[in-house]
Design a binder for this molecule. Structure first.
Ligand SMILES: Cc1cc2nc3c(=O)[nH]c(=O)nc-3n(C[C@H](O)[C@H](O)[C@H](O)COP(=O)(O)OP(=O)(O)OC[C@H]3O[C@@H](n4cnc5c(N)ncnc54)[C@H](O)[C@@H]3O)c2cc1C
Length: 402
């Protein structure tokens, strides 16, 4: 399909919306992104972008700009028990040296994507809240102020509480997963080892890794809890309560949490993966289609993959409808499989019965000793999946940050 004539409106300037905007604009579409927030910005936190996500950034010509933000390239993922003893080391530098796995500041990633979208000619409209998306032969957006806007294609990239998702998939609101995440960003005084560390304890785990050339450290701690009643996406938490929650962990974790001054917490909510990702003239991408627990660090990477594949299938298909159907066919099973793997990790990380935990950790230790390469390669289906097939989109010269 010729995308030159296609007018696209994208709801949401998160990772999915901005990546899709650049991918479509580089293929010639006329793209407008409507974002409810007054600024394009992200919370102060880290995010891991694994090789499958990096492949999309490379295809979009954005990997050099991302590298200029000084992400830390992880050399290993180290799974540890609550005391700090290493249970399994996934040695990425040794067993997957050609595949960059970046630890990035979220604000840096969003800046790179937003600049990339602007450079490709995308119009970014801030303070534009969308109340409703109406599918149809001539799909329409109704803004929160009552204004209307038509486009040939409207994409819901508006996250967990998407306004388009329930139109295509009527049903219940997102449900609380019984997990609450605490996150903090700390200055890093020393020269940190470039690795992701994950400490596993009964009904809790903590992930930490360095960012921005090793000057900052990201900490995400997750607890299981039966209820979440507070309103808001990101509430300030009590550092003393966080320290108390992990008081029975070893000195590495306790020392880290002693340094936490400000901490935010939020309840993790989820829908099932959407059954319908598209309707007449409309489609879903990113968390709007498949919110996931963050325990495989794949939500944003899936969003990047969606963006590439949607633009690619639209360009290859004879009609809009066929392009949208090909997009869903290419994406749904993979997203569901990764979301399922993330949910199973919640169980694996949080084993609480001591004999089961001991057996689980022993199996990981043995696997790591006997076949360390195979322990890394078991994730090839996630990390080595390159939706771009090595392609680069033609368009403005690759973006290089100033
Ligand atoms: C603790 C935690 C850690 C994580 N770590 C990782 C990780 O390491 N790696 C990884 O790949 N993923 C990770 N994820 C998942 C990742 O953050 C999400 O999957 C990703 O941000 C989803 O991007 P999105 O663009 O689909 O949605 P969002 O980031 O939610 O963006 C949606 C955008 O739409 C806007 N919007 C919403 N409604 C409207 C409306 N009505 N009108 C206009 N605009 C609207 C919002 O303001 C927002 O800008 C993590 C998640 C959590 C919670």
């Amino acid at each position: 399909m010729e995308l030159d004539q296609l007018r696209v409106a994208i709801v949401g300037a998160g990772i999915a919306g901005l990546a899709l905007a650049r991918a479509l604009a580089l293929r010639g579409a006329s793209v407008t992104v409507l974002e409810q927030a007054p600024q394009i910005r992200e919370v102060g936190a880290g995010i891991q972008i694994s090789p499958n996500g990096v492949a999309v950034l490379r295809g979009l010509g954005l990997e050099p700009a991302l590298r200029d933000t000084r992400p830390v390239r992880a050399e290993a993922v180290s799974l540890r028990d609550a005391c700090g003893a290493e249970v399994l080391r996934l040695d990425l530098a040794r067993h997957a040296p050609e595949q960059p796995h970046y630890c990035v500041h979220r604000a840096d990633l969003i800046d790179v994507l937003a600049e990339g979208a602007r450079a490709a000619g995308v119009r970014l409209r801030l303070l534009h809240c969308v109340a409703e998306v109406r599918p149809g032969p001539s799909p329409e957006i109704v803004t929160c102020g009552g204004a209307r806007m038509k486009a040939d294609l409207i994409v819901g990239a508006d996250g967990l509480h998407s306004c388009l998702r329930p139109v295509l998939n009527p049903g219940r609101a997102a449900a609380f997963t019984r997990h609450v995440a605490w996150r903090a960003l700390l200055p890093e005084p020393g020269r940190p080892s470039p690795e992701v560390r994950l400490y596993m304890g009964p009904k809790r785990h903590l992930v930490t890794y360095p960012l921005r050339g090793g000057t900052l450290r990201n900490v995400v701690a997750v607890e299981e809890t039966p209820a979440w009643t507070e309103e808001g996406w990101s509430l300030e938490g009590d550092p003393a309560r966080l320290r108390a929650l992990f008081a029975d962990f070893g000195p590495e974790v306790r020392d880290l949490l002693d340094r936490v001054g400000t901490v935010h917490r939020w309840g993790l909510f989820r829908h099932p993966v959407a059954r319908h990702w598209h309707g007449a003239g409309v489609a879903l991408v990113g968390d709007a289609a498949h919110p996931t627990l963050p325990f495989m660090a794949q939500g944003a990477c899936l969003a990047l993959e969606d963006a590439w594949v949607l633009a690619d299938r639209l360009a290859a298909a004879p009609t809009l409808h066929e392009g949208l159907a090909a997009y869903q066919a290419a994406r749904r099973d993979r997203a569901a499989r990764i979301v399922g793997a993330a949910s199973r990790n919640a169980w694996k990380y949080h084993l609480s019965l001591p004999p089961i935990r001991a057996a689980g950790h022993m199996a990981l230790r043995l696997g790591g000793r006997i076949a360390p390469g195979a322990m890394v390669r078991q994730f090839d289906w996630i990390y080595r999946h390159d939706v771009t097939g090595g392609a680069n989109l033609p368009g403005p010269a690759p973006l290089v940050a100033e």
